[in-house]
Design a protein. Structure first.
Length: 418
C-alpha cells in the first residue's frame, strides 16, 4: 500500500500555494506597517520550556504534545505554539535588555495531538505577533486592532471580536477558591484530568473539551466578578480605547484560554458561520519571568491559524490576488533551436520575466498544448531560420496578435510593457 500523509496533517498543492503566500504576505504587510520584525526559532525545544511556559496542567501539555527523547537522552517537544519559543528567543538573545518595546512576529508550523476535524489539524500553520515591554492598555488596544486589521485585509467579514479580562495572579486567588468550591460539588462527574486540576489549577477545568465537564462549567463563577482594582481599571481603559477607535466587540466572561501564561486581557476573533477561532491571544505579563527567572517584562500577542483563514476565504469566494503565471513560452523545433531556446530562456529569466521552454523534446503541437495549459501570456516558436536570423514572431496568447521581435534581452522589455 502507498504511504499516506499522517492523520491530521495536510499537503499544499502547486495550484493552491499562491493562496497561502497571499495570506502570509498580508501578514508581513500588517507587521511591517506597525514596526514588527520577523523572528524564526526551532521546530523543537526542550520539553521544559512548554511545561513551564504553556503550563503543565493545560490540555496542550497534558495531552497534546509531540514529545520524544533524542539520541542524547534529551526530552524534546515539537512546538505546540509560538509564544513560549518567542519569549525564549528574546531572553536567550538579550533582546529584552535593550530598547523596549520589542515587536516580533513569526510564521510557523505547530503540532498538537488533537482529534482532527474541520479547522483542527495535528500539524498546522500559525502567524503570530508578540509585543514585549508595554503594560498599558494602549498596547492591548493596538494589538487587538492589528489582529482585526489583518483579518479585514484578507477580506473576511463575518468575524466577531470577543474580549475578557482574566486578571492577575493576585485577583485569581479568590477566583480559584470560588471555582474549587463550585467544582467540588461535581467531583464524581468531572473527568479524571479535571479532578487533578481541581486542586492545582481549577481554571483549567473551564476549557476542558469533555461534554460533561463543559456542561458543569456553564454555571461556574466568572472571573470578572473577582478582578482586583488595577485589573478592573486596565480592562475598563482597554474597552474605552476600543470604543474610541470604533472597534466593535463582545465581552465574554467565558473566555479563559487554554494556555496558562495569560494575565488580564484575552481575546478571540470568531468566524460567524463556522464558529472557528480565526485568531486568539492575550496579555502574558508573567511569562518572561517564568522563562528567564529574573527579568520581569510584560508581553502581549496573538496567533492565527492559516488553514482556517484559507478555507474561510475559499468558502467566501474571496480573492487571493493573482496566481503567478508564465509570461512567455518558447517553443522550439529541432535540436539547434532547443539549445538556442534554453539559453534564451535563461537570459530572459535573469531579466525578471517568467519563462518556460521545452525540456521534454516534445512535438510542436504538444508544446503549444502545454503553453495553453499553463496560460502563458506570450509564445514564440523557434526553428532553424529563427536561430539564424535572431528574430521570431511573438504571439499574444490572449488576443492572437503577432509582432516581429528580436530574440535577445530586448524581448523582456516588450513583454514587461505588455
Ligand atoms: P491558540 O488559541 O492555542 O493560541 O491558537 C491560536 C490560533 O491557532 C487559533 O485561534 C486557531 O486559529 C489556530 N489553531 C490552534 N490550534 C489549531 C489546530 N489544531 N489546527 C488548526 N488551527 C489551530 C496560541 O497558540 C497562542 N500562542 C496565541 C498567542 C500569541 N497568545 C499570545 N501570543
Amino acid at each position: 500500500m502507498a504511504v499516506k500523509a499522517p492523520r491530521g496533517t495536510h499537503d499544499v498543492l502547486p495550484s493552491d500555494s499562491y493562496k497561502w503566500r497571499y495570506v502570509e504576505e498580508t501578514a508581513d504587510r500588517i507587521c511591517r506597517s506597525a514596526g514588527y520584525k520577523e523572528i524564526r526559532f526551532p521546530t523543537f525545544e526542550e520539553t521544559e520550556l512548554f511545561q513551564r511556559g504553556v503550563g503543565d496542567t493545560t490540555d496542550i501539555v497534558q495531552k497534546e504534545m509531540y514529545t520524544f527523547t533524542d539520541k542524547g537522552e534529551r526530552s524534546l517537544t515539537l512546538r505546540p505554539e509560538g509564544t513560549a519559543s518567542a519569549v525564549r528567543l528574546c531572553v536567550e538573545n538579550g533582546l529584552l535588555t535593550g530598547a523596549l518595546p520589542v515587536k516580533a512576529y513569526y510564521k510557523i508550523t505547530a503540532f498538537r495531538y488533537e482529534k482532527p476535524q474541520q479547522g483542527r489539524y495535528r500539524e498546522f500553520n500559525q502567524f503570530g505577533m508578540e509585543l514585549y515591554g508595554a503594560s498599558a492598555p494602549t498596547a492591548d488596544a493596538e494589538m487587538i486592532s492589528l489582529a482585526e486589521d489583518f483579518i479585514k485585509s484578507l477580506g473576511i467579514k463575518g468575524a466577531k471580536l470577543r474580549i475578557n479580562s482574566i486578571g492577575c495572579p493576585e485577583c485569581r486567588k479568590g477566583y480559584h477558591k470560588a471555582l474549587q468550591e463550585y467544582f467540588s460539588q461535581y467531583k464524581e462527574e468531572l473527568c479524571e484530568t479535571c479532578n487533578t486540576r481541581l486542586e492545582r489549577n481549577p481554571m483549567r477545568i473551564l476549557d476542558c473539551k469533555s461534554p460533561i465537564c463543559k456542561n458543569i462549567t456553564k454555571n461556574a463563577p466568572i472571573i470578572t466578578d473577582f478582578l482586583c482594582d488595577d485589573c478592573r481599571a486596565h480592562y475598563e481603559e482597554l474597552k474605552a480605547l476600543l470604543d474610541n477607535c470604533g472597534t466593535t466587540y463582545e465581552e465574554d466572561p467565558g473566555i479563559v484560554r487554554g494556555l496558562d501564561y495569560y494575565t488580564r486581557t484575552v481575546f478571540e476573533l470568531i468566524h460567524d458561520k463556522t464558529g472557528l477561532a480565526l485568531l486568539a491571544g492575550g496579555r502574558y505579563d508573567g511569562l518572561v519571568k517564568e522563562i528567564d527567572g529574573k527579568m520581569d517584562v510584560p508581553g502581549i500577542g496573538f496567533a492565527s491559524g492559516l488553514e482556517r483563514l484559507v478555507s474561510v476565504m475559499e468558502e467566501e469566494g474571496l480573492s487571493f490576488g493573482e496566481e503567478p503565471t508564465t509570461d512567455l513560452y518558447i517553443a522550439s523545433i529541432g535540436e539547434n533551436a532547443l539549445r538556442f531556446s534554453s539559453a534564451l530562456a535563461r537570459k530572459l529569466r535573469n531579466c525578471g520575466i517568467n519563462v518556460e521552454t521545452d525540456i521534454m523534446a516534445r512535438s510542436l503541437k504538444a508544446q503549444m498544448k502545454y503553453a495553453d495549459k499553463i496560460a502563458a501570456k506570450y509564445s514564440v516558436v523557434i526553428g532553424d531560420s529563427e536561430t539564424e536570423n535572431g528574430e521570431a514572431e511573438l504571439k499574444n496568447m490572449l488576443n492572437g496578435e503577432r509582432s516581429k521581435v528580436k530574440l535577445d534581452e530586448s524581448l523582456a522589455i516588450i513583454i514587461r510593457k505588455g
